[in-house]
Design a protein around this ligand. Structure first.
Ligand code: PMP
Length: 1000
């Protein structure tokens, strides 16, 4: 029941009813309040009290909750909001001759109204801020106001009036309705979009991106014209200025009524943010979103540059058009850097580039335009985003590598507009900007509305200090004049000597500098602002990078070429082309923190390993049937890490092969066949070893347990049979944590006895016998579970009594990962008979090993030779040896202890805020987070675990789930993981677990 304000004229209430009925009949997929007629059929009734008569009406209820309340504003929802505004306003156009009304929210009167009431804004700085908004409206809107189309618009799609269904994780939030036609007015059609943008921009790190998303949705329904696109940003700011001024006036008149001023705080904040944003850049981004050329006139500049290329002077001495050049691929996935490359180390970068140029006989090296690079990683290269920050990775100039001191010439006549030293490290260093004017293509056309010339600038970066002294601002220059010299590091920003040359169609608000790289999401805008320099230069070489194939293309081909039993990670797949340290980079140069890859133990693409591999590859790679020192140096270094009597190595190529060989050895040595394994374990992918892996044989497509295998329960104190706190299925009253290990170990004894026939199961048949107990020293696929104390010691005693062998699978957890020890079994005071190693051992190179005692090795030598074509080859051994040295030299085991403790403490702290985390556990940099529906019941919550993984991936942190119920997030990053990396993970999880979908 809506009772109108007594001042509201009846014809406006009729208009609202008419609008609502129209919208109701417009077939839009959202709801509007619809007028419900009174008994006599009328849509309004009059009610009176002693003082006045009011108009009342009944409206239908609109489902959903106010957008502002549910914090569901995603890019998708923003786009939907734009579509809604356009469809509503389109539908309203069928209402003819709406009554004219004077309303404060009509933008046509806003400038005058604000000026008249600006005194109500008390603070001087605030008044000045609003003053600047008015100036820009007068400059940008007033001159073309006559050209702006007019229509009746709803004009009030803000977060209180837009109703949404907040959705769930798999079902994105959607708009369910729009209420309140009270501010509808016939005015500039584009103002409806401006109003929606203004309020949706509150509290966004990049509000312009929000405007872009909304505008994109709007344009998909209703295409605005050029003039409308050009004024949109000014109108957004004008609406905000109007809102704060009206609030200030109302607050002065009616201080008690807070409803009238609710949005003022957000509006002020947003006005301040937008005041610090380039309004021209915002306009270009909005034009692009509306499907128009981002930068008006950029096509004319490009055409003028092409036309001038015949007469352009040389850019460098020697002239890049006349001498041999070499294109150097600096894109993210390029191999041109030889793999040992650190672009911020200028000596190395220098050597790399200039060696290549010399070898190719080139005088100038070329770094391409529109190339995506991965190494702009200092803070100034971050573009803050609403969902995730983006790195500015797209190079929008052309790099020309030549020796320091090389003279730089201006190819065209012009005037030097700035000479400045941008002296932060990795900035441009000394930089010159020259302004030029060229005849416009078809500039002679007397009928053309466009000016007959085009103006643009050229930027020259990474120059020498001498340039600052010899070239002056304001100086007129002729084509071919020397204006600068290439600088040497560090004065040139600390890069290898090169010229960064860039065209600037609009300098925006930049003085003396201009961005040389752009965020991928704004690529089209920046490529329009800075067109291809080679239009002018005509260097006969590849100067523009080739765009990589689309993800969809690559994926389609992958599906054709690879077997479907191999899945891709994450619902939003990743196209990764480079790794470095603890980061992976996608084709767009965006980094991801790798928290999953315990294979790349010493970090992705460790330069020492690349170099060692390269050298050995170039020297010798063959099988192990010749004498060679490297295998000895390696096996010596490896076995010296083990307690006696583990001193003999077998080198193989995968963890699977290592376990396969361990099984054969144990069987040969023990003269028996059977094996005991822990539930949930994975030991490899071959026929025999799959049968040692309940993770596989009890999983989808698995064939169940074989007669020669016994499975013992996972010794899981959190959700296992025994927990020691009375909540375990088979807990007894005297269970305490100290006895758990022994109770679980008793199952190993039973399993061994059963294989050995002690339980009489085999009757008169010969028992298969127990050859081995396979156990990871910390359960990995089983759910990141540290073994309870005493478990291994007790189990191993039973293994020895049963005359079987204890095989420690250290494929996941070895090499210092647990921090306290180099091997995870060492924590338990046991010495295995056989240890299998894999994954981290070669940092990604296919190397694995079996380490055992001389006695077991001797009994395995029963006449059948063990030969492995690739195992132990010189390249593998050189790599394995270098991995061990790097772990030592870089103190990675200590790092795992220190950073792991920090990370674990941070994750534990999350438990105080997020009930869905049931347990945090692990050792060093091998941690697990177990998700439960209810902490008391400890029921597994795989959904929250996997959704958390997906949301973290969207934020640039790579995690994965494991455990028999898939409810454990595992963390096992490269060991170079830093405290800052750990904090990124904890902060990310904290945010993600606070999102609306959690627990729904
Ligand atoms: N053992 C364990 C504990 C493993 O996690 C794995 C691999 N995930 C293997 C063995 C098999 O190693 P690979 O994939 O190198 O054959």
């Amino acid at each position: 029941l809506k009772i109108a304000n007594e001042l509201e004229p009846p014809e406006l209430i009729d208009l609202q009813n008419a609008m609502l009925s129209t919208l109701d009949g417009a077939g839009l997929r959202v709801s509007f309040p619809t007028p419900i007629p009174a008994a006599d059929g009328s849509l309004t009734v009059e009610i009176s009290d002693a003082d006045a008569t009011y108009i009342a009406r009944l409206l239908s209820f609109v489902p959903g909750r106010p957008l502002d309340e549910v914090h569901a504003q995603t890019p998708g929802l923003e786009t939907e909001l734009g579509r809604l505004v356009a469809s509503v306003d389109d539908a309203l156009s069928s209402l003819e001759d709406p009554p004219p009304r004077g309303i404060v929210w009509d933008p046509r009167g806003a400038v005058g109204l604000i000026r008249a009431h600006l005194d109500a804004v008390g603070d001087t700085a605030d008044r000045e801020l609003v003053g600047r908004v008015l100036d820009s409206a007068e400059r940008d809107v007033a001159p073309i106001a006559e050209r702006l189309p007019i229509r009746l618009i709803h004009n009030d799609a803000h977060g209180d009036n837009v109703r949404v269904d907040p959705g769930s994780f798999d079902c994105p939030a959607r708009i369910t309705g729009l209420v309140d036609c009270g501010d509808a007015v016939e005015t500039w059609a584009i103002a409806g979009l401006a109003t929606a943008c203004a309020y949706a921009g509150f509290d966004r790190p990049d509000p312009v991106q929000t405007f872009v998303n909304i505008a994109r949705g709007y344009a998909s329904v209703h295409q605005p014209g050029e003039a409308e696109a050009n004024v949109l940003f000014s109108l957004i700011r004008l609406r905000l200025a109007l809102s704060v001024t009206v609030s200030a006036v109302r607050a002065a008149q009616d201080p008690a009524n807070s409803y009238l001023t609710t949005s003022a705080g957000g509006a002020w904040e947003l006005l301040r943010v937008l005041d610090g944003t380039s309004d021209r850049l915002a306009r270009y981004r909005l034009r692009s979103a509306l499907g128009l050329d981002p930068v008006p006139g950029c096509g004319r500049v490009a055409a003028a540059l092409s036309a001038a290329s015949d007469v352009a002077g040389p850019l460098l001495e020697p002239d890049p058009r006349a001498v041999p050049t070499l294109m150097i691929d600096l894109s993210v996935g390029s191999g041109d850097d030889g793999g040992t490359f650190d672009p911020t180390d200028h000596t190395q970068f220098n050597r790399l580039i200039f060696d290549r140029m010399r070898d190719a006989g080139a005088e100038i090296g070329i770094g391409r335009y529109d190339e995506v690079r991965w190494w702009y990683t200092t803070d100034e290269f971050i573009a803050p985003g609403n969902e995730v920050d983006e790195w500015r990775s797209v190079h929008i100039g052309l790099d020309l590598f030549a020796p320091a001191g090389t003279p730089v010439r201006t190819p065209l006549a012009g005037r030097v507009v700035s000479v400045r030293n941008n002296d932060d490290r990795l900035d441009y260093g000394p930089t010159v900007v020259v302004e030029h004017e060229l005849p416009a293509p078809n500039g002679d056309d007397p009928g053309a509305r466009e000016p007959s010339t085009v103006r643009f600038r050229t930027l020259y970066g990474h120059l020498s200090g001498r340039t600052l002294e010899e070239t002056a601002e304001g100086q007129d220059v002729q084509a071919g004049d020397i204006i600068a010299w290439l600088g040497a590091p560090p004065e040139n920003g600390d890069w290898a000597p090169h010229l960064h040359f860039q065209i600037i169609v609009d300098p925006l608000d930049y003085v003396g500098t201009f961005p040389g790289v752009a965020a991928p999401s704004q690529r089209d805008v920046w490529l329009a602002l800075s067109p291809d320099p080679n239009l002018l230069l005509s260097i006969p070489s590849e100067t523009t990078a080739v765009r990589p194939r689309s993800m969809a293309d690559v994926e389609a081909e992958r599906n054709r070429r690879l077997g479907p039993s191999l899945s891709l990670s994450y619902r939003n797949h990743l196209h990764i082309v480079r790794g470095r340290g603890s980061r992976l980079y996608d084709v767009e140069g965006q980094p991801y923190l790798d928290c999953v890859n315990n294979v790349t133990h010493v970090g992705h693409a460790h330069p020492r390993l690349t170099e060692v591999a390269r050298r050995q590859m170039g020297t010798l790679n063959t099988n192990t049937r010749y004498l060679h020192e490297t295998i000895l140096a390696y096996t010596d270094a490896l076995t010296s890490r083990f307690p006696d009597p583990l001193s003999v190595c077998f080198l193989v190529c995968s963890g699977t092969e290592a376990n396969e060989l361990a099984l054969r050895m144990a069987r040969t040595h023990a003269g028996k066949t059977g094996a005991v394994v822990v539930d949930g374990a994975y030991h490899g992918n071959s026929s025999s070893v799959v049968n040692l892996s309940p993770y596989k044989f009890d999983g989808p497509g698995g064939k169940g347990v074989r007669p020669w295998v016994r499975v013992v329960p996972m010794p899981d104190p959190f959700r296992g049979l025994y927990r020691g706190d009375g909540t375990g299925e088979e807990d007894t009253p005297d269970d305490v944590p100290e006895t758990l290990g022994a109770r679980y170990a008793a199952h190993v004894g039973t399993a061994l006895a059963s294989l050995n026939g002690d339980d009489g199961m085999y009757g008169n048949a010969k028992p298969l016998g127990a050859a081995a107990f396979f156990c990871e020293s910390l359960l990995s696929c089983g759910g990141q579970i540290p073994l309870p104390s005493g478990y291994l010691a007790e189990a191993v005693e039973r293994v020895r009594n049963a005359e079987a062998l204890y095989v420690a699978d250290e494929v996941q957890v070895g090499f210092g990962r647990v921090g306290s020890h180099f091997w995870a079994f060492e924590e338990h005071g046991v010495v295995p008979d056989i240890v299998t190693l894999g994954k981290p051992i070669g940092n990604g190179h296919p190397l694995a090993a079996v380490v055992t005692t001389p006695e077991i090795a001797a009994s395995f030598a029963n006449g059948m030779e063990y030969f492995n074509t690739y195992g132990g080859n010189p390249v593998s051994c050189a790599i394995g040896l270098e991995v061990l040295r790097i772990i030592e030299d870089e103190g990675l085991q200590e790092n795992a202890l220190r950073v792991g403790a920090h990370l674990e403490a941070g994750l534990r702290d999350l438990m105080t805020r997020h009930d869905s985390i049931g347990d945090v556990r692990g050792r060093g940099l091998f941690l697990g987070i177990e998700f439960v529906g209810h902490r008391g019941r400890r029921d597994p919550d795989a959904g929250t675990a996997s959704k958390t993984v997906e949301r973290m991936r969207d934020r640039g942190v790579l995690l994965s789930t494991d455990g028999p119920d898939h409810n454990v997030i595992k963390i096992k990053p490269p060991m170079v993981f830093s405290v800052a990396d750990a904090e990124l993970v904890v902060e990310g999880l904290d945010d993600v677990l606070s999102e609306a979908w959690v627990g729904r």
